[in-house]
Design a protein around this ligand. Sequence first.
Ligand code: HMG
Ligand code: MG
Length: 306
Amino acid sequence: MAEAGHIRITEVGPRDGLQNESVVVGIADKVAFIDHLSRSGVAEIEVSSFVSPEWVPQLADAEAVFAGIARTPGVVYSALVPNERGLDRALAAGVDKVAHFTAASEAFCQRNTNASIDETFERLAPVVAGARAAGVPVRGYISCVVMCPYEGPIDPATVRVVAARLLDAGVQEIDLGETIGVAVPADIQRLYDGLAGLLDPVDTTLHLHDTRGTALACAAAAMDLGVRSFDASCGGIGGCPFAPGAAGNLATGDLAYFCDRMGHATGVDLDALFDAARHISAVLGRDLPGRVFRADGKIPTTPARR
Ligand code: HMG
Ligand code: MG
């Protein structure tokens, strides 16, 4: 977890960002994107997913992407794994950390993983055991911590039950996913009130989508509660193919700018981050939603490096 006063940022653009893109991004462009991000000062990069290539074709090249990137010492290179098969692939690719995923909603869990919440815990057990044997930490995502696209509002008490099960299962980090980007600060307060006594805010990571433009307000509220670790995506790309209506993640540049102006160090160099955003914007052939990037990064003062 991050030190007090320091905000730890995990860049999820190469995974959450690209998984939702219809444009097929080639291996070389993914590698270049990640290499730019490695120079941006983020603490961790979620490089790809070792999920079923039939479910997420965009990330079927996870092995090749891991093989191609230039790793910066100190940066954690992680990946999503849904099951033991995914763990084996991830370990062979040399991941530093794996992220398993379940949900606080049965309906979403089923659509996202073809499994009930209980079944995702059956898949998690060998992932934790195998990762532990390999000395690799496990992040446990809980999706739909505020709202499910199929079930509607989620009771914070349900999130608490799933979080307690993840802790019992032996994950090192709990990541709370606001999957479809509906939350306002009062929801974040209720979410953390529901975890009181089980999990301190400082021991969580918050994963916000920005569908309705409320993610940064939620991040600010979470910081006030003591949260020090956030996921964000370069330029604000992102979404989940199995969560209708989920648009991009909180943009890394928006979060880093906000933190910097509020006196929280992130280590992120916005100019270097914007190089990554310009690269992926050109590859995707569209403007990106990140506000600070649009204001300060979109028109390069030096020629864009691709
Ligand atoms: P399934 O079809 O039930 O799997 O999918 P299965 O175990 O029945 O296996 C079927 C076939 O898939 C088999 O191949 C397996 O080998 C293969 P066959 O024998 O038929 O040739 N297979 C695999 N291949 C490669 N890698 C694997 C793997 N596993 C099985 N790891 C499964 C179950 C979990 C695999 C599938 O549902 C899946 O891949 N789901 C992933 C969905 C996904 O990636 N969603 C987006 C990420 S989550 C997210 O975005 C939310 C988050 O951002 C937080 C938030 O915002 O809330 C994290
Ligand atoms: Mg997400």
